[in-house]
Write a new protein. Structure first.
Length: 153
């Protein structure tokens, strides 16, 4: 064995590949102006995904158990782009909320600038699929004015 590579004190971590020495904060970008217009045009409370494609704003309801995103013709949200895998991501509606899952894609997914395998989704979250950005909108939690408390004598 070459003595230059015989380091018995090694921890198995390659130089430069250990834990980060700096902490990088992810920050949300300013949402595009069309997103507020898309939100105001919704027909009613629900969960939606909005994105811009070929100069057109598209809003897709997330009402089924699974919404498939990818390059495949079978995808519910389809991007005909080499940066998107045929089966790229899934949006799952579950008992306790909604989450996005990477469906074994080549380029992965990011939620609010952070690469994830899966992530719960909240209103306004930004999801990066290949080079396409989609926004999750959840308008199911409609706040109602507080009812006056009953006075008991």
């Amino acid at each position: 064995m070459d003595p230059r590579f015989d380091d018995t004190t090694s921890t198995g971590t390659l130089a430069g590949f250990g834990p980060p020495t700096e902490r990088f904060e992810t920050s949300r970008r300013e949402p595009p102006t069309w997103l507020q217009e898309a939100r105001s045009g919704l027909s009613g409370p629900g969960r939606y995904v909005a994105y811009e494609q070929d100069g057109e704003v598209k809003v897709v309801p997330v009402s089924r158990e699974w919404t498939r995103i990818g390059r495949s013709l079978a995808a519910d949200i389809r991007f005909d782009d080499a940066t998107v895998s045929r089966r790229h991501a899934l949006i799952a509606v579950e008992e306790h909320g909604v989450r996005v899952l990477d469906d074994r894609s080549l380029n992965g997914i990011q939620v609010n600038g952070r690469r994830v395998e899966w992530s719960p989704l909240a209103d306004g979250d930004e999801i990066l699929i290949g080079r396409h950005t989609v926004y999750f909108m959840d308008t199911t939690k409609v706040t109602s004015p507080a009812e006056p408390a009953a006075v008991h004598e």
